[in-house]
Ligand binder design. Structure first.
Ligand SMILES: *[C@@H]1O[C@H](CO)[C@@H](O)[C@H](O)[C@H]1NC(C)=O
Ligand SMILES: *[C@@H]1O[C@H](CO)[C@@H](O)[C@H](O)[C@H]1NC(C)=O
Length: 281
């Protein structure tokens, strides 16, 4: 029995103005604040990318009332302590790989993204995002293939990451919930993006809705992320003042055409503090 929601969506689709999930355009402005204190809710941006767990549904409602869209961050590829489902993740030690001490996050461990159990846990996180009213999700740490395969045998590969993201994308795009309180009544499912993981850009730009990149100017690899722009999807780009030291280059450097760039203080953290790019170089 089709629901009233799906019938009205169908009607909108026939009229030609429907989007099943939030799909931001190239150049959409954003703020990324992953610390618990997200600072001002009044920045002149369309999107806030904030932590799924440290923010309440009422903060997301307030952002919606201010005309913002909200992307909710969680780590899809690592175990973190102190999340509501941390114990559930650790219940099967076979799914928990080597620590990220080398990457600077000693409390985290790579997860076995080949495990249907882990996929199911992440689908529940997507349910949480939907229930809180998020418009999209930002699943981090999907590049275990580039970090010793996470310490699993056989090592996790880029194909594993692509399959994992396909699963999560299908789920996010088609997710519906009677509890969802989306700003845009024409969307049902959630948008979902890639995070860094340059090696799988070409394999995922077709089905993911955006990519969040850190430090492509610093590492001179922004062209790697251009396939998203080519498909009309935004590249949400972060450089860090302490590491890069040149805002002009960060904002207008090689192959950054179309990017949505923000400057943050230091690569070790993503607090509310942000510098926006000037209008032109
Ligand atoms: C992903 O989806 C495929 C096809 O639906 C399924 O066979 C597989 O078990 C899922 N899980 C993982 C970890 O890829
Ligand atoms: C900053 O980058 C711009 C653009 O790449 C360049 O023209 C300028 O010389 C740089 N400034 C410094 C101080 O390096």
């Amino acid at each position: 029995m089709p629901s009233i929601l799906s019938i009205s969506l169908l009607a909108l689709c026939i009229i030609g103005s429907c989007s099943a999930w939030y799909q931001p355009a190239v150049g959409t402005s954003w703020q990324c604040a992953l610390d618990p204190d997200i600072g001002s809710l009044d920045l002149p941006v369309e999107i806030y990318d904030i932590d799924l767990y440290t923010n309440s549904a009422s903060v997301i409602d307030q952002l919606h009332q201010k005309g913002k869209q909200v992307i909710c961050y969680f780590s899809a590829g690592t175990y973190e302590p102190n999340r509501p489902d941390s114990a559930e993740i650790k219940a099967d030690k076979a799914d928990v790989g080597k620590s990220l001490a080398d990457e600077g996050w000693p409390e985290e461990n790579w997860l076995n993204i080949r495990s249907d159990r882990i996929v199911d846990i992440m689908k529940k996180r997507i349910d949480t995002a939907l229930a809180k009213g998020c418009d999209g999700v930002d699943p981090d740490n999907v590049d275990s293939y580039d970090n010793g395969g996470g310490g699993f045998t056989p090592p996790l590969t880029s194909q594993d990451s692509i399959a994992y993201l396909r699963n999560l994308t299908t789920y996010a795009h088609t997710a519906t919930s009677s509890k969802h309180r989306r700003r845009n009544p024409r969307t049902t499912g959630l948008g979902i993006g890639l995070k860094n993981a340059g090696a799988i850009v070409k394999d995922t730009a077709g089905f993911l809705d955006w990519v969040v990149n850190e430090q492509c100017v610093q590492y001179d690899e922004c062209s790697t992320f251009q396939p998203f722009i080519g498909k009309g999807k935004p590249v949400f780009h972060i450089e860090y003042k302490k590491q890069s030291k040149n805002v002009t280059k960060d904002c207008f450097g090689p192959d950054t055409g179309g990017f949505s760039t923000i400057i943050k203080p230091d690569e070790s953290d993503l607090p509310a503090a942000v510098t926006f790019c000037p209008a032109g170089p």
